[in-house]
Design a protein around this ligand. Structure first.
Ligand code: ATP
Length: 883
């Protein structure tokens, strides 16, 4: 992917050069920069520096959609993909487990969750929702001294940044946590020549990095750059000044934050650094704003050509009258984020990362059409400029479709705002909260966008009241969504080290492939016998767990598929059974450091050494049963029955036949709630009654018709024969139905595509498998009718198996071809694709890699004819002279 990124950036930059000459847009200093530090060269210099001088392995950027990390909406730092290493959870069979020194440029999105810079985007000139983070890592290899030396050498010698413009912060210590100041780092910087008045101590907030509530952490040291120079700017460090900006953060992981909040020394120390490419390019191209570098100027120019407003002038704050320049920045930033996210499989949608992307799209549409006066379609038309080689009509279609959907809401909302404004007093400064909330809730306006639109009119809205409404709304959502991710049992690195030192063998998960296709088209899975090797509560190894306790179970072998390789873990219906037939429904299956962890809530005491049998259970509610439940509830809604409520003496209430009670002390008199049948009629056991009657002091609807609609969105077997279902009603039910339809269409179009690719290449098969994985995630996580989810999951599982099988076959074929080179008709061996690509790319100043049969290369395509000629020459030479 990184190669692809280089390649498309190379193409973009070539286009820019021609654009600049035709339109005379770019200034002289830019062409000067092209020969000095183009963004491409800056990125390349970084990776080459660590790779060539310090033997770091170059690792490609991971996609912005995090896999297997429910704590993240988007990848927001270079370290995300290496988290398993920091947690000691890397699969020992994986390449990752061998990493000691690594360098990369990671695509990051900070627009939601813990890291959210959305508010700053457009207002300032150095925060983006999407940016690239350059980073180098040491996993138990070098530490503070080497990391500082490398960073200083790169900045001052390779990039030739004047040292006097740099300021360095270090950890000042924290008495409450019992942490001393990081004097070691201070001395290292002094020895490198950083003057003491450029070395600044800061506390926990700025200079102590933590992965989360628990996990690896440690002091950090940050490098800041003064854009002005010729002064001492120490007081502006960490002061939100656009003139003195943090460029690089070096984190030294030496502690682990334990569950009791104490700090424990890590078994091995690591280094994790991150430097924003956009900010570095700004420094190196002698600019003050990221938007004035070659990463943005062509995009701003493209925006101007499509809009009806003066060119971008880089103004901020009060000087930016009409917020035109801010709109330019927002649109440029957001279209980059949209393009990258969509290319990585995050589409605008209704929850989680998808919802964030939808919000970003809507902000961009609003600024593009209302402030920049650009026509409909302008936004998507910028995509080719963002990433020429990734031009995808699919991306443009999605943006266009979302834009069309939102434009009518935008117009409607604009009318609502205008009408409300007319009704407000002349000197009013507050916009009514209910109207703002209805814009958000009913027309899909992001709350921050409403704030911005009102700000332009000199008004504001009670943000706290809106936040309260949003939280209430979110809580409601959460209640109906079973969030497995929040409750997972994670193996931390201490637990893993403990397992390894206790010589518990890694889980044999080969039985996961023991399945066959029966004649009725259903998959048949073989049951698997296993022994409990280890048990976890939270992160603590225990020898037994009591009934009702949630725990992690490590077995010697398993037939359950753990989340990996683009496929999510097997879903509900996986069950452990004791010989005594006690069921342990498995809620999630995860892979950590070669161990498969089954998350279960123990039905009875479970002990290390217990024998269990595992099988994929088909015993939950069937799809027709789920549909039947929904149908009978719809009938009740349609009948619009009255709901009767009456207080009656407790003893009398107990005479009601079929009354539902729970194990609770009820007051006397007690409140009886009955649907459709008046309370007085309930005592008659002859009444043919089938509706609900219960003791309840809660508030209720007065008629069943007010429910409007109902969709069951999840269902879980609690014990054999009893399932718990969760449903949504009203508008949420309608949305769930719509989301179900959209996902069905996507699954259908994907299976149609799979069916049409007769003999896919390995790359095709991998891509399709990835798409199946992404779609599976969406089907698992989106609120849709549960029966539909089950249908789609079954179809996707079939698709996943098809793609996995073809990948396995193609890989085997590739390996055998690599060992038995094809013999050409002239008697010579076939060319190695990777050698061929390397030769051509080297001539074009790029790099290449791949296998004997498939390879990809990068390079500057200044002269495509020359590139083709070089490729042909090589081939001719090889076939004429033999390989
Ligand atoms: N939103 C962003 N846009 C562009 N670059 C960023 C952004 N956030 C961080 N960076 C870059 O990534 C580097 C490492 O990230 P880190 O999390 O340490 O930044 P940060 O402390 O959040 O930065 P800031 O305080 O300036 O927002 C920063 O030094 C900066 O160069």
């Amino acid at each position: 992917m990184r190669r692809l990124t280089h390649w498309y950036r190379a193409v973009i930059n070539n286009n820019l050069t021609s654009l600049s000459s035709v339109r005379g847009y770019l200034s002289r200093s830019y062409s000067q920069v092209q020969t000095d530090f183009s963004s491409n060269r800056v990125r390349r210099t970084f990776t080459d520096f660590f790779h060539e001088l310090y033997q770091h392995i170059i690792v490609p950027s991971s996609p912005v959609r995090p896999r297997g990390d429910p704590s993240l909406l988007f990848v927001n730092a270079g370290m995300n993909q290496f988290k398993p290493i920091f947690l000691g959870a890397a699969d020992p069979r994986s390449e990752m487990a061998t990493y000691r020194r690594v360098v990369n440029s990671q695509k990051c999105v900070r627009a939601g969750g813990k890291h959210n810079d959305l508010e700053d985007v457009g207002r300032d000139v150095y925060h983006h929702t999407f940016f690239e983070m350059l980073g180098n890592w040491s996993f138990g290899d070098y530490f503070k001294e080497e990391a500082c030396i490398m960073a200083w050498r790169l900045l001052t010698e390779e990039y030739r940044i004047p040292p006097e413009r740099l300021y360095v912060s270090y950890f000042a210590g924290d008495a409450t946590s019992g942490l001393p100041a990081d004097e070691e780092t201070r001395h290292i910087w002094l020895s490198l020549g950083v003057p003491s008045d450029h070395l600044l101590p800061f506390g926990m907030k700025d200079n102590f990095w933590e992965m989360g509530e628990i996990g690896p952490c440690g002091p950090c040291t940050e490098i800041h750059y003064d854009h002005i120079g010729g002064r001492n700017a120490a007081s502006l460090v960490n002061a939100d000044s656009p003139d003195v900006v943090e460029i690089w953060n070096l984190v030294f992981m030496q502690y682990n934050r334990e569950a009791d909040h104490s700090l424990r020394s890590l078994p091995q120390f690591s280094v994790d650094t991150g430097m924003g490419l956009e900010r570095l390019v700004t420094v190196l191209q002698g600019q003050r704003s990221n938007y004035d570098t070659d990463l943005f100027t062509p995009l701003l120019s493209a925006i101007q050509q499509r809009s009806n407003c003066p060119e971008y002038r880089g103004r901020t704050g009060e000087a930016d009258v009409g917020k035109v320049d801010m709109a330019y920045r927002v649109v440029a930033d957001h279209v980059r984020t949209l393009s990258v996210c969509i290319a990585d499989g995050v589409y605008p949608g209704m929850s989680g990362a998808e919802l964030v992307l939808r919000r970003i799209l809507r902000r961009a549409v609003r600024f593009s059409t209302e402030v920049l006066q650009a026509p409909e379609g302008a936004l998507a038309s910028l995509v080719p400029t963002v990433a020429h080689i990734l031009v995808s009509w699919a991306i443009m279609d999605i943006i266009n479709e979302n834009e069309a959907q939102f434009l009518s809401s935008l117009k409607q909302g604009r009318r609502v705002i205008d009408r409300t404004l007319q009704r407000l007093e002349n000197n009013a400064t507050l916009f009514p909260v209910p109207v703002a909330w209805s814009l958000h809730r009913n027309l899909g306006f992001p709350l921050d966008l409403i704030g911005l639109m009102l700000e332009e009119q000199g008004l504001s809205v009670d943000q706290r009241a809106l936040d309260v409404l949003a939280i209430e709304n979110e809580n409601l959502r959460c209640q109906v969504q079973t969030s497995v991710g929040d409750t997972l049992v994670h193996l931390d690195l201490h637990s893993l080290a403990q397992l390894q030192s206790g010589e518990v063998p890694h889980t044999d998960d080969s039985p996961k492939y023991h399945y066959s296709l029966a004649q009725d088209g259903k998959y048949v899975f073989q049951p698997c016998h296993a022994t409990v090797q280890a048990l976890y509560c939270g992160q603590t190894l225990v020898s037994e767990v009591a009934g009702g306790q949630r725990c992690g179970v490590v077995l010697d072998r398993t037939c359950f598929y753990a989340e990996q390789g683009g496929q999510s873990h097997d879903q509900v219906g996986m069950v452990f059974v004791f010989p005594q037939d006690v069921l342990y429904p498995v809620e999630a299956v995860q892979l950590a450091g070669g161990y498969v962890v089954h998350q279960v809530t123990a039905a009875e005491v479970l002990r290390k050494g217990d024998q269990v049998q595992l099988y994929l259970d088909e015993g939950s509610l069937s799809i027709p049963q789920l549909q039947e439940i929904e149908r009978s509830i719809h009938n009740i809604i349609t009948e619009n029955n009255a709901v009767y409520m009456e207080e009656v003496p407790l003893a009398r209430a107990k005479d009601i036949p079929g009354l539902r009670t729970v194990d609770e002390v009820y007051p006397d008199p007690v409140r009886v709630v009955s649907v459709a049948v008046p309370v007085a009629d309930l005592y008659d056991s002859q009444t043919d009654r089938w509706t609900s009657v219960e003791l309840c002091c809660g508030t209720h609807l007065l008629t069943t018709g007010e429910i409007g609609d109902l969709v069951i969105i999840s269902e879980r077997q609690m014990v054999k024969g009893i399932s718990r279902i969760v449903a949504v009603t009203g508008d949420d039910a309608r949305e769930a139905r719509e989301a179900g339809q959209v996902l069905t269409q996507e699954v259908e179009s994907l299976s149609a595509r799979l069916a049409t690719v007769a003999s896919p290449s390995l790359a095709d098969a991998n891509r399709l498998a990835k798409e199946v994985g992404i779609l599976t995630d969406a089907v698992d996580c989106t609120a849709i009718p549960q029966w539909k989810r089950r249908e789609l999951q079954t179809r996707l599982k079939g698709l996943q198996r098809t793609t996995n099988t073809s990948i396995r076959k193609l890989e085997t074929k590739e390996v055998s071809q690599a060992h038995n080179p094809i013999v050409l008709s002239n008697g010579f061996s076939a060319l190695s694709a990777s050698d061929w690509a390397l030769t051509v790319s080297a001539r074009l100043g790029g790099n290449a890699g791949g296998s004997a049969t498939v390879a990809k290369g990068t390079g500057s395509v200044a002269n495509l004819t020359e590139a083709l000629r070089c490729a042909e020459e090589y081939a001719q030479d090889k076939t004429q002279n033999g390989c």
